[in-house]
Design a protein around this ligand. Structure first.
Ligand code: HAM
Length: 424
């Protein structure tokens, strides 16, 4: 049969045999964020397009080229969210989350949408996990936020990643730095790609982010932001490094990290997996001290990060790591004969009501066919119920891995299974 409807380009289905990996990553991310006392926030998948224009920036690639924008029936312009920070700050301001003056420590997980050229590790819908810490400019927080990402990657068992940090200063330092960049790149103007010829006028820092080889080569000798930091930004950056060292997180300084979004100030960081090829950023983040105010709130600083599950899975597979256990049934009920089948149906419900994951093959009757189905389901145990067993009020419990089996009183089987399966 010809497939009539194709999946949109740059997207993919997560099939049942893969979905446990995603579940595992979500569980571990929840576990790690909990150790740092972050609480979940869920925002809509679409927002007013202007939210991203004002925050991520009109001259950023994301807003310029990658947003899925659409008009609703009343002509309002929305966008499928390309990232999570702006929606969270929107929610923070709208719901007055900072009203008690406390830090807001928020985490999120969900799909993001960017109309990019699909390639390995880059999709048009990708699944992000991230945190936002809003309310403190203390450099301790920068290190703590980075530690959440670090602990998460470590907990998954990853070892081949590197933390790179930079400071991209504040608007104050950016003024001088932009002048230096414009002066530097102007002498190569004719060699720049068409996008960079626009960047030099609109947003010089973006010049350092260009992926075109010739622009990259020119950029390699461009002035470094770190030489243009004002005193406050320089001290802040030093303190972040000290705090990272205190908690034994090693890092390298990469003055070329500018990040693709306009809201960043001071600390910017990335966790890179050098074995991943072109799309090797596992996690990207940084400080955004002006964003809350820019989106209508008070002058409140913030910092956060996000990463995509897709690249994480590739990294983990490259390192041969496991994604916890695939979720299979605890028991598979095999019933022989009409009477056993009838009895089996209510018995199955009893197992499930006791939190035992139980499966049955309702359309197969022979022992052979049902045992084959039990094997395929990867259940830990088979429970075999024949007419004889019902008469004696017993059931056969078979360990599918070892093949050993025993008869157990029907009255005791639930309790016994709860014990063996360690279900509390
Ligand atoms: P970002 O660097 O644009 O930052 O994205 C964060 C991460 O999402 C990337 O490092 C990558 O792992 C993943 N990612 C991005 N685009 C794609 C794609 N097309 N396909 C697959 N994975 C992708 C942000 O979005 C910021 N909001 C992060 C942040 C939070 N900064 C402060 N707080």
């Amino acid at each position: 049969m010809a497939v009539k409807y194709q999946i949109p380009r740059g997207t993919f289905d997560i099939l049942p045999e893969e979905s446990y990996k995603w579940q595992y990553l979500k569980n571990i991310f929840r576990e790690i964020t909990r150790t740092f006392n972050y609480k979940e926030v869920v925002t809509p998948i679409f927002e007013m397009s202007e939210l991203f224009e004002r925050s991520v920036g009109v001259s950023s690639d994301i807003v310029q080229k990658e947003m899925y924008k659409f008009k609703d029936k009343k002509g309002r312009i929305f966008a499928l969210r390309p990232e999570g920070t702006a929606p969270i700050v929107r929610s923070y301001v709208a719901n007055n989350l900072g009203r008690d003056g406390d830090l807001s420590k928020l985490f999120y997980m969900g799909p993001m949408f960017r109309y990019e050229r699909p390639q390995k590790g880059r999709y048009r819908q990708h699944f992000q996990y991230g945190i936002e810490n809003i309310g403190s400019e203390n450099p301790y927080i920068d290190a703590e936020v980075i530690a959440v990402g670090f602990n998460f990657l470590k907990k998954l068992g990853l070892n081949n990643f590197e933390l790179q940090i930079n400071s991209i200063g504040c608007p104050n330092c950016t003024l001088d730095y932009n002048k230096a960049l414009v002066a530097y790149f102007s002498s190569y103007y004719d060699e720049l790609c068409p996008d960079c010829k626009i960047r030099i006028k609109k947003n010089p820092k973006r010049l350092l982010d260009c992926k075109v080889k010739s622009c990259k080569e020119i950029g390699a000798n461009a002035p470094s932001m770190l030489d243009y930091l004002d005193d406050e930004c320089e001290i802040h950056f030093k303190k972040v490094q000290e705090n990272l060292s205190k908690i034994n997180i090693s890092f390298t300084i990469n003055s070329r990290i500018v990040r693709g979004l306009d809201y960043y100030t001071k600390t910017a960081f990335e966790f890179i997996d050098n074995n991943l090829g072109a799309k090797n950023t596992l996690i990207g983040g940084g400080r955004y001290d002006g964003l809350v105010k820019q989106l209508g709130g008070n002058d409140i600083p913030g910092i956060g990060f996000a990463g995509g599950f897709e690249r994480l899975i590739v990294s983990m597979e490259k390192e041969g790591l496991q994604f916890g256990k695939e979720q299979n049934p605890d028991v598979f009920l095999v019933s022989l004969g009409e009477e056993a089948k009838e009895f089996g149906i209510s018995f199955l419900s009893k197992l499930r009501n006791n939190r035992i994951s139980a499966e049955i093959s309702i359309d197969k009757n022979s022992l052979k066919a049902q045992m084959k189905a039990a094997n395929k389901s990867k259940a830990q145990f088979a429970l075999i119920l024949g007419e004889n067993e019902i008469k004696k009020e017993e059931i056969t419990l078979k360990n599918m891995e070892t093949g050993s089996q025993e008869l157990v009183k029907l009255a005791d089987i639930v309790e016994k299974l709860l014990q063996i399966l360690k279900i509390k």
